[in-house]
Design a protein around this ligand. Structure first.
Ligand code: AMP
Length: 220
């Protein structure tokens, strides 16, 4: 049985940062649906052009498109021992599709980790976020500023503000999260795999809490 771990949380909860920190410790590939879309957008593929309109408005890309992209990614050899899914599923239909694609490869979601952060904190976090053009490393003008303004500490590339991190779009993304993604918490709770961590703690503490939660369940 292959274990897949799902990270759930509102935009700004720190899913990407945490996924990067824990995927190497758990020896699992980190699959971020948002990063996959952004790569396609950068390369101007058909998928990227289609997704771009939704992403820039802060809306979800349609389920069929998203599910097909993840199905293809999960079928790659590096996912044979499982993966850490960041940003997928985001709707109950995606969760159902994931369950059926995993059952066909003798896999299942063994942990759905919910990073809980109150709404008031999210807007501040997202609106000050700057992302590196080359590899998507994330900085924050107040909480985690780069050493040189506008430059990535890790690879020196330019930092930019994601179109969907601008204030109005941020509010829209949070609203869409509450409406469409929040139901997944109940979905995974009913299946006995939900674990919740407090996402307002420090980045390092949240990483430790996530690792403890996942390992306690015997999933890694
Ligand atoms: P993220 O980097 O996870 O915040 O995702 C950025 C954007 O990509 C989202 O606001 C959506 O427009 C799109 N996206 C990412 N993952 C999904 C998904 N599972 N379903 C639909 N749209 C998605």
């Amino acid at each position: 049985m292959t274990s897949f771990i799902v990270l759930i949380g509102p935009p700004g909860a720190g899913k990407g940062t945490q996924a990067e920190a824990i995927s190497s410790k758990l020896h699992l590939p980190h699959i971020s649906s948002g990063d996959l879309f952004r790569e396609n957008l950068k390369d101007q593929t058909e998928l990227g052009k289609l997704a771009g309109g939704y992403i820039n408005k802060g809306e979800l890309v349609p389920d069929d498109v998203t599910i097909a992209m993840i199905r293809e990614r999960i079928s790659k050899p590096d996912c044979q021992s499982g993966a850490l899914l960041d940003g997928f599923p985001r709707t109950p239909a995606q969760a159902e599709a994931l369950a059926s694609m995993l059952s066909s490869i003798n896999g299942q979601v063994t942990s759905a980790t919910y990073i809980a952060v109150p709404e008031s904190v999210l807007v501040d976090r997202l609106a000050g976020r700057w992302t590196c053009r080359k590899s998507g490393h994330v900085f924050h003008e107040n909480f985690c500023p780069p050493q040189v303004p506008g430059k990535c500490d890790l690879d020196g590339s330019e930092l930019y503000q994601r179109e969907d991190d601008k204030s109005e779009t941020v509010k829209r993304r949070i609203h869409i999260y509450l409406e469409q993604t929040q139901p997944l918490i109940e979905y995974y709770h009913q299946r006995g795999v939900l674990v919740e961590v407090d996402g307002t703690k420090s980045i390092e503490q949240v990483t430790l809490d996530l690792l403890a939660a996942v390992q306690k369940d015997g999933n890694a």
